[in-house]
Design a binder for this molecule. Structure first.
Ligand code: FEO
Length: 166
C-alpha cells in the first residue's frame, strides 16, 4: 500500500509530466508554424514521450492501491522568441523536473518505500538523458547562430532523429 505522502508526491509528478507534454506540444506547434518541420516532429514526439511518463505514474499509483489524479492543464506559452529560446525553455523545464524527481527519490528513502524508490530510478536515468540532449541542442544552435544553411541542416537532422527514435 502506498503511503499518502508518497501518493501525493507522485500525483504532483503526474501534473508536472502532463504540463511537460503540453508545453512541448506548444513548442512543436510553434516550430511547425515557423517552417521548422524536423524540429516540430522531434517536439511532437517529445510531447508524446512526456504523456507516456505521466501514464507510467498513473498506472503505478493505481497498481499500488493509491488513486491517481488526472490534473487540469495550464495553458502553455504560444509563441517563442527563437528556436534557441524554445530549447532554453525546454532545458529550464527539464531541470525543474529533475529536481522534483530527486525530491521524490529522497522522500522514498526517508519513508523507506523501496518499491517506489526502485520505480523512480527509470525517471532518474531518463532525466540525465533529457537534460544532456537539451544542452547539446542549445550548443549546436549557438554554433549555428544566424547561419540559415546551418539551421536547415539542424532541422533536417532532427527530422531524421525523430523518424529513428532510440
Ligand atoms: Fe518526463 Fe522530460 O520529463
Amino acid at each position: 500500500m502506498l503511503k499518502s505522502i508518497i501518493e501525493k508526491a507522485l500525483n504532483k509528478q503526474i501534473e508536472l509530466e502532463a504540463s511537460s507534454s503540453q508545453f512541448y506540444l506548444s513548442m512543436a506547434s510553434w516550430t511547425e508554424s515557423q517552417g521548422l518541420n524536423g524540429t516540430s516532429s522531434f517536439l511532437y514526439q517529445h510531447s508524446d514521450e512526456e504523456r507516456m511518463h505521466m501514464l507510467k505514474l498513473v498506472k503505478f499509483i493505481n497498481e499500488r492501491g493509491g488513486t491517481a489524479v488526472i490534473p487540469a492543464l495550464i495553458k502553455p506559452p504560444t509563441t517563442f522568441k527563437s528556436i534557441t529560446h524554445v530549447f532554453e525553455c525546454l532545458l529550464e523545464h527539464e531541470i525543474n523536473v529533475t529536481e522534483s524527481i530527486n525530491n521524490i527519490v529522497g522522500l522514498c528513502l526517508e519513508e523507506k518505500d523501496f518499491t517506489t524508490h526502485n520505480f523512480m530510478q527509470w525517471y532518474v536515468a531518463e532525466q540525465l538523458e533529457e537534460e544532456a540532449l537539451a544542452r547539446t541542442t542549445i550548443d549546436k544552435l549557438n554554433m549555428i547562430g544566424e547561419d540559415k544553411g546551418g539551421l536547415y541542416l539542424f532541422d533536417r537532422d532532427l527530422k531524421v532523429a525523430s523518424s529513428n527514435p532510440e
